[in-house]
Design a protein around this ligand. Structure first.
Ligand code: BJW
Length: 233
């Protein structure tokens, strides 16, 4: 592998699949069991807040039963041992990158373990349930919602991501179907800016032909092998 000095990594649900967290669009995934319009839009939340709060409460509670896998820990090793710049951008709302040992993570679609107050706008760390309408730790209003990015909302930290994309020489996409924008457009953006692009996914994603290189297989195998290559170069 040629020497690289600035890497942007984008991860999606596929990196957490082998830890036991359902993906969205695979067979048996979350969108087969729940309607996107009902649980992942602001309109769905306004229509039936109990349904949405219950959906995210259950997913938050389920985090207690899963552990990071070899792909998460390999990315943490890369962060620790890589001498260049690295930004890990995840679309995932789970905390497996943190628990795998990564420390600098950009959660562009928010986090299950965070609450957003719709009254005062504060984002607070959150471990328990929201369906019982607990008060916001800051303004006390019983108006918390999951701090996740639904369709039609603007993802977090877009400026930070764009800045990192501008200077990167390698963009790597791991475990994402490439079906949701703006993340699905990062590969084109990176290419336009002159970066090399690599896909690591179980199967070809929607945008697989855009990447300079695509490797297909389970993240727990592909990611540690790729990290080994980068650190050994
Ligand atoms: C493995 C594996 C293993 C399995 N190893 N791999 C028309 C055109 C363009 C855009 C739009 C459009 N109409 C509407 C839009 C915009 C819209 C959008 O993209 N819609 C599409 C459906 C077309 N996007 C938005 O609304 C976004 N906001 C926005 O655009 O704002 C405007 C703006 C942007 C920027 C600047 C200024 C303004 C917001 C999108 C929010 C997405 N939210 C969700 C829910 C989050 C909360 C929650 O978790 O419930 O985010 S939806 C869901 O999809 C979740 C995920 O992060 C996201 C992506 O899914 P992901 O991670 O790719 O999972 P899967 O299941 O799709 O794929 C898993 C992959 O893993 C598969 O490929 C497997 O093969 C693989 N895999 N096992 C390796 N072991």
């Amino acid at each position: 592998m040629t020497q690289v000095s600035r890497i942007v990594i984008l991860t999606g649900a596929g990196i957490s699949a082998e830890s036991g967290i359902d993906t969205f669009r695979d067979s048996g995934g979350l969108w087969e069991k729940h309607s996107i319009e009902d649980v992942a839009t602001p309109e769905g939340f306004a229509r039936d807040p109990d349904l949405v709060l219950g959906f995210y409460d259950a997913r938050r509670a389920a985090l207690a039963d899963v552990e990071p896998n070899a792909a998460h820990t390999a990315l943490a090793r890369l962060e620790r041992d890589f001498s260049g710049d690295l930004l890990l951008v995840t679309q995932n709302v789970d905390d497996l990158h943190e628990r795998g040992g990564s420390t600098t993570i950009c959660h562009m679609h928010g986090e299950l373990k965070s609450a957003l107050c719709t009254s005062c706008g504060t984002r607070s760390p959150w471990e328990t349930t929201m369906i019982d309408r607990p008060p916001c730790p800051v303004c006390q209003a019983p108006t918390l919602r999951p701090d996740v990015v639904w369709f039609g909302e603007i993802p977090y930290q877009m400026r930070r991501i764009e800045e990192a994309m501008m200077g990167c020489d390698l963009f790597v996409s791991i475990g994402t179907s490439g079906a949701v924008y703006p993340a699905a457009g990062f590969v084109q953006q990176a290419k336009r800016l002159g970066a090399r692009t690599l896909e690591l996914n179980l199967e070809p994603s929607e945008g697989t032909s855009i990447f300079h290189e695509a490797r297909h297989g389970p993240a727990s195998e592909l990611v540690p092998a790729w990290v080994e290559e980068v650190l050994g170069a």
